[in-house]
Design a binder for this molecule. Structure first.
Ligand SMILES: Nc1ncnc2c1ncn2[C@@H]1O[C@H](COP(=O)(O)OP(=O)(O)OP(=O)(O)O)[C@@H](O)[C@H]1O
Length: 808
């Protein structure tokens, strides 16, 4: 275990304080320490005599200061604190004391007390008043006041107003420490302590003692295991219902997030929860204890039960809502065939392209029905068909497609084009020459994370086309469909062989398989044969095989056989070659399925940054954040939705500015990144949402295309070696695709269909057709027998541990 040292001193000043997460840097004048002598000597800086005098350190000796950093609240200048932690050498800022916990040391001694009470923290109290307080109430003045507010009345000439203010500030100061000290005592990380304090303020202790598992819901980054540790310290027993319920909800949530299921079977939930609950535990819980709490959660409406399926309420409501919305939209009359035939004739005449039969059918179907789907692999003409639909729609409804013509008229442009990601929307704009937006934007996703449009405030469009629909998750699809007015037409376009959405569900696949929505599947590849060997590979992968000519060098495709350890070397060489030929970081995209490991995203990004954007002699500006160094010119990726700046999860930008705190008015380090000519300023604390983008995950690459894609392939990607993932990665390449790695890993991947997602969307449409409802054998069973019942075995999570959920 790491040795923990301590240091005590007078807090001199705060150099940095992040309001958001409590990350602080300050200096203290050291009065005592328990640190290795050779280290503290390196960390010491001499304090100016005048500074010492000003704070009452008048002894004729040299005082030393040390920088302290970590997660602690704003400390009071001139007050004494003891910090626990270690001296470390920061790569950029040198020696400093890294704080794990802190406590304030009672202000003792007349002069220190006077100094403390007359400091800036107590507004309106000067030196003289402070002296009077100490003279009247003695060396223990602070405790005397805290114990009895009236004691202040004994201080001569102290106004009631001032006394009130002094008392309130003291309580506030002490209160923070009284809450924080026990929190540190529970062995929580300083960062977490600050997060908890920020969320619950002075009620923090009370809330945690009442139910530490609340942290899972309320504090980002707290999982069941962490809350469970805390619960153990608080003496909560292993079979406490609160513990079991927390594990159940956590597991349910994790299964939805990590595996994309919208429901779980009873048995699945029990098994997964037991794995969590019985970990490292001598007192093993059994089925009936878990089941009892499942029933309790059902009663509390935290879990929704339908037949054999257990749901998070939000997800079941969304699935039901999608079905209802689509059925509502389908009540619009279809366009009659005669009218359509006329329009198709005109379209064929007016467009320079000769549509294939399936393409013509796709256009016709999309125009005819209120809701329809067009699917197909790369190069099958989805974009071409969308262009045709737009033109035909304008002919059919006798409208112009020139948005500027609507600027002066009362009527709004009646068509909305949207896609799940910014990149995909941008491509849609390019291929249609009409403005397309992200679905979030279309629905008015606001700074507060709330959508402006909902079922009561629907979108005012007659035709809505959604591209890259395979990326639609259940929640977003529901949000979208409920916002579409009855009478509007909706066309979903997408490739159902791509990865399903990152969020739960597989909306496009389910809608296609339900048969409830008219569908055209485009199958013929229209790209020229000479540029299509990437597409040929994609089609082979789709059919679970690798082409015989994989190892042959093609004009647009290269396969480099390499053992795992050699992959970074080959990658480096290939990228350096590309660079020397004039390609830039924007042309070359490395795609990898997971973050960890030597062939993981983090390690590859570090290597590629050194190639594409190395430090230079002219002192290119840098900002260090954790393990990452951001540098001007870096290609970066946003990792979460940030509606307040309009930058969304998956957006790629460039670092264009770094401003240090002594250079700007906010007195804060700032990094400025540019996303498609939109400049966004990041406070240091927000940099956790930013990473390098030389290499990105295959999941994050969905909806984007790149001139050159490099795809490492190794057995180290184990569970991520899946057909849809490989298919998605290779279809991102527009001009060239380079695969480096182990043939057997690639082969294994294309044969692995991956996890089937458990969803009920398809089933709901089927039931709708047969006018049935899901029966409820679960409840009936318990009513009748009151004993455990084995549910369907077919989707049992055989051999799966909760840690599998942790893989990307
Ligand atoms: N009927 C056709 N006749 C001639 N060329 C066609 C036809 N349909 C499509 N193409 C051409 O084939 C290429 C691929 O078509 P398109 O871009 O529409 O496919 P896509 O399915 O959108 O592909 P991706 O998903 O890869 O973008 C384009 O260059 C397009 O011009």
């Amino acid at each position: 275990m790491e040795e923990v040292n301590s240091i005590q001193g007078i807090f001199l000043d705060s150099i940095f304080f992040n309001e958001e997460n409590g990350f602080s840097i300050g200096t203290i004048i050291v009065t005592e320490h328990q640190c290795p002598e050779e280290q503290i000597q390196l960390a010491y800086k001499v304090v100016d005599e005048k500074v010492c005098e000003a704070i009452g350190l008048t002894e004729n000796k040299t005082y030393y200061k040390v920088t302290v950093s970590g997660y602690f609240p704003k400390l009071t200048e001139n007050k004494t604190y003891r910090f626990k932690g270690n001296l470390i050498k920061h790569p950029k800022y040198g020696w400093q004391f890294q704080v794990n916990a802190y406590e304030s040391i009672a202000v003792r001694g007349k002069s220190s007390l006077v100094h403390y009470l007359s400091s800036d923290i107590f507004e309106g109290i000067g030196q003289k008043t402070a002296e009077k307080i100490v003279e009247t109430l003695g060396d223990d003045a602070i405790n005397v006041i805290l114990n009895n507010r009236e004691a202040l009345e004994k201080v001569p000439k102290l106004s009631k107003k001032l006394a009130d203010k002094l008392y309130a500030t003291l309580v506030d100061q002490q209160g923070t420490e009284q809450i924080l000290a026990p929190l540190y005592g529970y062995d929580l990380s300083p960062k977490l302590v600050m997060k908890i304090f920020k969320r619950y303020q002075y009620q923090a202790l009370e809330i945690i003692k009442e139910n530490p598992y609340r942290l899972i819901e309320d504090i980002e980054g707290v999982g069941f295991l962490r809350a469970d540790e805390l619960a153990k310290r608080l003496g909560i027993s292993l079979d406490d219902p609160r513990r079991i319920r927390a594990a159940l909800l956590y597991v349910l949530d994790q299964i939805a997030i990590q595996r994309g299921h919208t429901y779980v079977y009873h048995k699945q939930l029990v098994q997964s929860a037991l794995q969590y609950l019985n970990q490292k535990s001598a007192q093993l819980l059994d089925f009936s204890q878990i089941d009892q709490q499942i029933q309790s959660l059902i009663q509390k409406k935290k879990i929704y039960i339908e037949g054999e399926f257990l749901f998070i309420p939000l997800l079941v409501n969304s699935e039901k809502g999608i079905v209802e919305s689509i059925l509502r939209l389908q009540t619009k009359d279809s366009i009659n065939d005669k009218e359509l035939e006329e329009v198709m004739k005109r379209l064929v005449k007016e467009m320079s392209i000769t549509y294939s039969k399936e393409q013509e059918e796709a256009i016709q179907m999309a125009l005819k029905y209120p809701v329809s789907i067009i699917t197909g692999g790369p190069g099958t003409g989805k974009t071409t068909v969308v262009q045709g639909i737009l033109k035909a729609y304008s002919l059919l409804h006798k409208i112009t497609l020139d948005p500027s013509q609507y600027a002066t008229s009362e009527k709004k442009f009646p068509i909305a084009l949207a896609a799940p990601t910014g990149r995909a929307a941008k491509r849609m704009t390019e291929t249609t020459t009409l403005k397309a937006s992200t679905i979030h934007r279309l629905l008015g996703y606001g700074v507060d994370g709330v959508f402006q449009h909902d079922e009561f405030s629907q979108l005012d469009y007659d035709l809505i086309i959604i591209d890259e629909s395979s990326m639609l998750d259940t929640l977003l699809a529901f949000q979208l469909f409920q916002c579409i007015e009855t009478g509007a037409q909706v066309i979903l376009v997408g490739d159902d062989n791509q990865l399903p959405s990152v969020g739960p569900g597989q909306v496009l696949k389910d809608l296609i398989e339900s048969g409830a929505i008219p569908l055209t599947r485009l199958t013929t590849v229209h790209r020229q044969a000479q540029d299509s060997s990437i597409i040929a590979l994609a089609h082979a992968v789709k059919n679970n095989r690798l082409p015989n000519d994989l190892r042959e060098k093609k004009t647009d495709r290269l396969y480099v056989e390499s053992p795992h350890q050699q992959i970074p070397l080959y990658l480096k060489k290939i990228v350096e070659n590309a660079l020397s030929k004039g390609y830039t970081a924007n042309d070359v995209q490395v795609l990898v399925p997971m973050y960890r490991g030597e062939c993981g995203i983090d390690a590859i990004n570090e290597m590629l940054q050194a190639i594409f954007n190395p430090p230079d002699d002219s002192n290119k500006r840098e900002m260090v954040f954790g393990q990452r160094i951001f540098r001007i010119g870096d290609k970066v990726l946003q990792l979460s939705n940030q509606p307040e700046t309009g930058v969304m999860n998956g957006d790629v930008g460039e670092v264009i500015g770094i401003s240090y705190k002594n250079e700007n008015e906010e007195k804060e380090d700032r990094l400025i990144a540019c996303f498609d000519s939109k400049e966004v300023s990041y406070k240091k604390g927000d940099l956790q949402n930013l990473t390098h983008a030389y290499c990105v995950s295959v999941h994050k690459s969905q909806g984007s295309e790149y001139p050159i894609v490099i795809l490492p392939m190794t057995h180290a990607y184990h569970v991520m070696l899946q057909k849809k993932l490989i298919y998605t990665a290779i279809t991102r390449a527009k001009k060239s695709l380079i695969i480096i790695g182990e043939y057997l890993a690639l082969d294994k991947g294309v044969k692995n269909e991956g996890d089937e997602r458990q969803t009920t969307l398809k089933l709901r449409f089927e039931m709708q057709k047969e006018h049935t409802t899901i029966t409820n054998p679960f409840e009936e069973y318990f009513k009748e027998h009151g004993i455990p019942f084995e549910y369907l075995d077919e989707v049992e999570l055989e051999g799966v541990t909760p840690y599998d959920f942790m893989d990307e």
